[in-house]
Design a protein around this ligand. Sequence first.
Ligand code: CAA
Length: 380
Amino acid sequence: MDFNLSDEQRMIQEMAKNFAVKEVAPKAAEIDKNHRFPSELVAKMGELGLMGIMVDPASGGAGMDTVCYVLALEEISAACASTGVIMSVNNSLVCDPVERNSTPEQKEKFLKPLASGAKLGCFGLTEPNAGSDVIGQRTRAVRDGNEWVLNGTKNFITNGREADIAVVFAMTDPEKKHKGMSTFIVEKGTPGYSIGKIEDKLGICGSSTTELVFEDCRIPAENILGKENDGFRIAMQTLDGGRIGIASQALGIARAALEASKKHARERFQFGKPLADIQAIQWMIADMATKLDCARLLTLRAAFEKDQKGRFSRSSAMAKLAAAEAAMWIATKAIQVHGGYGYTKEYPVERNFRDAKITEIYEGTNEVQRLVIAAAELKG
Ligand code: CAA
């Protein structure tokens, strides 16, 4: 077993870190405070190849492996978790399913601009009455001649407000449940497609989370992605990859909280010595570092397994579960290490705390990850 990174992996980690430290971190508090979508950072991430890291260069991507993706996303998220999720959704939830399931024409028309960062994508699966229960969704797509007609409402859609291209799931044969859902590509500006409610959230305030509303929305027949009625499999396979992205985002948040805690522990004096010399604080730092490393090892293993091309549902669910729980635990302890200061907006750990919570919820809650892991463990 070799724990060393390849030259390419080290290079992208270094490049992402440079960008994150110099250009993302100085803006993170302002982005959070003003709930501002960081369009200039997203454009720069496109130029750096970070919006389609794993996509084949022939389709506009950077052609790197999933380990590179994890390393880069941890760096961006350590600086700003909002910028991290914007990048994660475009890479994992949009470029990935489009690349795997598209026709050559769809690759040219949709994947190239998405992977180069010229266009932004979102992933429309969740509905007001269908979150964990994907198959309970009500959005319908009905074929009418050379078009599909979509009706329904999606919610909690990251990048919903800014996305140029939406990957949308709809029932095409509801009686058949898992075998009756299909995937579609819908472009911004299509009549009948609009943005509904924009959520006001606890954390990741720089990314938008919106409803997508489809009212007799007609799209060309060729905008179906993959085979008709294969949408549930596409959604699940996509989320397996997405969970690695969110695990990486959680690693970034957790690392930022740990680093801030170590700095504070060295600088703050109580009882005539730095907090770092007090055993109660040392134990917290030790547990934070151990949980972070456990989560990172699981995330890198999931990335490695994804690159082996087999099914990696169990390892990606473990990575996301461990990283999300670590991020929430570490961010909570980070506030404790900071004491009263940690509860104020002057220190970044309160933002880390608010940003960490969502990693336990989106792209499958902790409970859904446990379902996936238990199903794999108990099978056969
Ligand atoms: N890859 C390929 N196929 C898969 C699969 C996968 N990962 N997971 C399941 N399947 C297949 C199964 O093999 C099975 O096929 P057969 O019928 O041929 O045997 C079929 O799909 C049904 O599988 P299950 O019986 O396991 O499905 P289920 O209905 O019990 O669902 C679940 C399981 C784990 C609860 C699943 O519904 C799930 O993951 N729910 C959570 C959804 C989620 O993560 N939502 C987040 C939305 S995205 C988001 O957060 C918004 C954002 O913008 C960030």
